[in-house]
Design a protein around this ligand. Structure first.
Ligand SMILES: Cc1cc2nc3c(=O)[nH]c(=O)nc-3n(C[C@H](O)[C@H](O)[C@H](O)COP(=O)(O)OP(=O)(O)OC[C@H]3O[C@@H](n4cnc5c(N)ncnc54)[C@H](O)[C@@H]3O)c2cc1C
Ligand code: FES
Length: 285
């Protein structure tokens, strides 16, 4: 089990346990249920996150919740969160706009090991709001084309109106070495794209089997078992397949035990785990 000191050797305890008062500089609705926020820390200092890390967002009287950072680490001076309205904290966040304040602790968690993605073709599989953390990964890969191989994104949603980052998806698909495939679960009026769950997109990927491949997956737990089977069929080794897990969290720092799963704390040992580790969690997912 990882400790706070081992995960964040360069950070003082108060930086991790005490929220900083940050300011929302921009907010816009992306869909009926998802709102995007640009947030600035005091003095415009960088959050200094890795793709796949999250922050704990707090509002006095409404609680605290883990939310993934959706912007690329290359964005300086502010960062972005995409928040789906669910309950107390996320519901309150949907009423906030530019100039409002929120508490921020983080970045927390391990994030994706970018060194493993370097030099490899990257297969990224997103389901629903799972696109939020993966946007940070995709934009990191596309910002430094020379470091990474191809970027293939498979993205599944329930309905067309749930699709996030529509314009960016088109941009990423047009980028050098980029391929973006989007699907919705069931037929919908006006939708001419792929229909079926995200695994139905695998047969459309343009693969170069001579190249090393690495995969990242974020979405609803029900998706993981099926996506894992597809990735294994592509001969991507277990230790190069990364899944981000979602669990109810409180402290985000391996102290409260709320997020524990098979002897690991999802908040600090994860939220990103390899396929190898996921195999051991299988009954808990
Ligand atoms: C590492 C991590 C990253 C996340 N990233 C994002 C993100 O980028 N964007 C985003 O919108 N959300 C994200 N989430 C989910 C987000 O943390 C929850 O939606 C949030 O905690 C809900 O808080 P609330 O106070 O609004 O809801 P509450 O009032 O606490 O709960 C409302 C209802 O939702 C249920 N619920 C709350 N949280 C969860 C959960 N995690 N799983 C299942 N049911 C739940 C409760 O049981 C209750 O029924 C992330 C979660 C984790 C663990
Ligand atoms: S949220 Fe407290 S131990 Fe993980």
């Amino acid at each position: 089990m990882t400790t706070v000191q081992a995960r964040f050797p360069d950070r003082r305890p108060e930086e991790l346990f005490v929220p900083e008062v940050a300011t929302i500089t921009r907010a816009e609705n992306l869909t009926e249920q998802d709102r995007m926020f640009e947030i600035e820390l005091p003095g415009g200092k960088d959050l200094g996150h890795k793709p796949g890390q999250f922050v704990e967002v707090s509002i006095l009287g409404f609680g605290e919740a883990p939310i993934s950072v959706t912007s690329s680490p290359a964005k300086k001076g502010s960062f972005e969160l995409c928040v789906r309205r669910l309950g107390a904290l996320t519901g309150k966040m949907h009423t906030l706009g530019a100039g409002d304040a929120v508490g921020i602790r983080g970045p927390l968690g391990n994030g994706f090991p970018m060194e493993d993605f370097q030099g490899a073709d990257c297969l990224i599989v997103a389901g629903g709001i799972g696109m939020a953390p993966l946007r940070s990964l995709v934009t990191t890969i596309l910002a430094e084309r020379e470091r990474y191989g191809r970027m293939m994104l498979l993205y599944g949603n329930r309905t067309p109106s749930d699709i996030l980052f529509r314009e960016e998806l088109e941009e990423w698909g047009r980028a050098e070495g980029g391929q973006v495939l989007v699907t919705i679960d069931t037929p919908a009026e006006g939708w001419e794209g792929n229909v079926g769950v995200v695994t139905t997109l695998f047969e459309q990927i343009e693969l170069d089997r001579s190249r090393r491949m690495v995969a990242a997956v974020v979405g609803p737990p029900v998706m993981y078992r099926f996506v894992y089977a597809e990735l294994t069929a592509l001969h991507i080794p277990d230790d190069h397949i990364y899944f981000s897990l979602e669990r109810r969290m409180k402290c985000g720092l391996g102290k409260c035990g709320n997020c524990q799963i098979e002897g690991k704390y999802v908040c600090i040992d994860g939220p990103v785990f390899t396929g190898e580790e996921l195999g051991r969690f299988h009954e808990s997912i």
